[in-house]
Design a protein around this ligand. Structure first.
Ligand SMILES: Cc1ncc(COP(=O)(O)O)c(C=O)c1O
Length: 359
């Protein structure tokens, strides 16, 4: 049997008539840049998340850049973020000339360990990541008195004490990369905020800092979402809740079957995990992965190298051992197939293959 890590084809097959009609409509109407579907998607995201404003943009990476720009972050500023994350989190900070200040993770949730954060006069923002689809400890973060940008790229629909990921800090950022829980047919992203001024600034920054065409109040970027992507995402957003339930059901099945064999994900009682990734830990991770590959099962290591050990950040002078929990996670984690359309026979096969290896 073959079980890929992701398979986007069943989702496309299920929605094919709706998706193709939506795309064809945009093609025929030819309003490719900031056409009506972009505004409709923003309104739908406001409704879905409960945020006051949603601003669609070109990717989750660009959402991070725009959020940092809207908070005036630049050279001389420090932004705190976890060292165990996808590169875009730290890359956006460095790209604006600011300094990423890395913090270790809580080994149970993989999220930033708030107790280890040290705010200094140069700290301009904290950029927690709701990794794998579970929120960081937002109440503790908000108490630090520094603007918080939530990197909710992997966490659309996740909740913390009933509040939606991306709606608790100053700004939330999302990614619609095709393998995200809400994925487009290409790159895409969004920002959410409850602050009217920040929302207006983000909209301006998204179009080269221009409120009135060809008049530029500041330097922004081309960070717009294509109308075609908005049309695709509008169709898919209607199904997101059902897909989340399917992911949660798959996760519960694995956790039940795998608990004795490996360390299964731990969900904080305050959180609703949406399992963009189902990530286990094993001291024999590499052996396990090779065994899965041989059995035709896809898996991935998110992430093999924490940010403080990346070549591009060597100027920050970190060394191995600086953030032990992140480093252990990098050598033990393995993400398994969790996409909503997995069949029970596939789930059974993945669980059985892991259990058998550990027996
Ligand atoms: C935590 C995190 N932040 C940011 C991003 C960047 O999103 P995108 O790929 O849409 O640029 C991702 C996407 O993989 C991510 O996982």
């Amino acid at each position: 049997m073959n079980v890929p890590l992701f398979d986007l084809k069943p989702q496309y097959a299920a929605l094919q008539p709706e998706l193709e009609a939506a795309v064809l409509k945009v093609m025929r109407e030819t309003r490719y840049i900031l056409g009506p579907e972009v505004g409709e998607l923003e309104a739908a995201l406001v409704k879905f998340t409960g945020a006051k404003h949603a601003i669609a943009c070109s990717s989750g990476s660009d959402a991070l850049l725009l959020a940092l720009m809207a908070l005036d972050i630049g050279p001389g500023d420090e932004v705190i973020c976890p060292t165990f994350t996808f590169f875009a989190t730290a890359g956006a900070i460095a790209r604006l000339g600011a300094q990423p200040v890395f913090v270790d993770i809580d080994p149970k949730t993989f999220n930033i360990d708030v107790a280890q954060i040290q705010v200094t006069p140069r700290t301009k923002a904290i950029l927690p990541v709701h990794l794998f689809g579970q929120c960081a400890d937002m109440d503790a973060l908000l108490k630090l008195g520094v603007p918080v940008i939530e990197d909710a790229a992997q966490a659309i629909g996740a909740k913390y004490k009933g509040r939606h990921a991306g709606t608790m800090g100053a700004i939330g950022t999302f990614s619609f990369f095709p393998t995200k829980n809400l994925g487009g047919a290409g790159d895409g992203g969004a920002l959410t905020t409850n602050d009217d001024k920040l929302a207006a600034r983000l909209r301006t920054l998204r179009v080269h800092g221009s409120e009135r065409r060809y008049y530029h109040d500041e330097v922004g970027m081309n960070g717009r979402l294509d109308t075609l992507q908005a049309a695709v995402l509008l169709v898919k957003l209607r199904h997101l809740d059902a897909w989340t339930v399917a992911r949660q059901r798959n996760a519960a099945f694995y956790s039940d079957r795998l608990r004795a064999a490996v360390t299964t994900p731990w969900c904080h009682p305050d959180c609703t995990h949406i399992y963009n990734q189902y990530t286990i830990r094993s001291l024999h991770r590499d052996l396990l992965r090779a065994h899965l590959t041989k059995a035709g099962i896809g898996s991935e290591i998110y992430y093999p190298v924490p940010m403080h050990l990346q070549q591009c950040f060597r100027y920050l002078d970190h060394r191995a051992g600086d953030f032990p929990h992140a480093e252990s996670a990098a050598s033990e984690v393995l993400s398994l197939p969790i996409f909503p359309e997995l069949h029970s026979t596939q789930l059974e096969y993945v669980a059985e293959t892991i259990v058998r290896m550990n027996a």
